[in-house]
Design a protein. Structure first.
Length: 219
């Protein structure tokens, strides 16, 4: 009976061992929320290195930690955010190539901005030129009771080491100029040095299996 009970416990814990071993092969993500440096003073994003990401912006000036009044209005982007004029281009370079790039974005307009230049609402709202040569465009839609038009960009594929983001710089359907953009929740693959090494998980799994096998032999 004891032998049978040990086998039952072994069977129940075996999936946990498999998970511990397999965790070493996962690719965790890192997210910059642009509140990490506080908001007491505006920080020029051009030339700024932060969490294995290097930012650039030209022409003009963009800020890493701007408060623009998204609280209670925007859904995806929440103050503080990276923001600047739509006349400039934002450059993002990664110390370690990433297979994931995601961010929330908004434009200073309460109207939809199309995801291409073929729509009735102008566009594209933004264009992302990846370091692998791919060019991807997106649109934004207004949020209820908000003052911005928001969207979400997601890329998952071959590893890239950077991207250049440009923005719609024209007038929306009301005839109002779209002068500013905001970007939040920049997500990418976390560098290996920031997560536990695979051998750690492998050792945990093997150790647990060894303990279970020893208990079974002693029974």
């Amino acid at each position: 009976m004891r032998r049978s009970g040990n086998w039952v416990r072994f069977g129940r814990l075996l999936p946990l061992c498999v998970v511990l071993v397999g965790m070493g092969n996962s690719s965790p993500a890192a997210t910059i929320r642009f509140d990490e440096l506080g908001t007491d003073a505006l920080i020029d994003v051009n030339g700024l290195p932060f969490q294995n990401v290097h930012f650039g912006f030209s022409p003009g000036q963009a800020f890493f930690n701007q408060i623009v009044g998204t609280e209670g209005t925007a859904v995806l982007s929440i103050d503080p955010v990276l923001t600047g004029p739509t006349t400039g281009a934002l450059t993002i370079a990664f110390d370690t190539p990433t297979t994931l790039l995601r961010f929330d974005i908004f434009l200073q307009s309460i109207f939809t901005i199309d995801d291409s230049d073929q729509g009735q609402n102008g566009g594209p709202a933004y264009t992302v030129l990846l370091s692998n040569g791919m060019s991807l465009a997106g649109g934004t839609t207004p949020q209820e009771n908000g003052v911005y038009s928001e969207g979400e960009f997601v890329y998952s594929g071959d590893a890239i080491d950077g991207a250049v983001i440009t923005f719609f710089n024209g007038v929306d359907v009301s005839g109002s100029p779209v002068l500013a953009f905001g970007l939040d929740n920049l997500t990418y693959d976390a560098p290996e040095s920031s997560v536990p090494e695979p051998p750690t998980f492998l050792g945990m799994g093997i150790g647990l299996l060894t303990m279970l096998m020893n208990r079974r032999r002693d029974a």
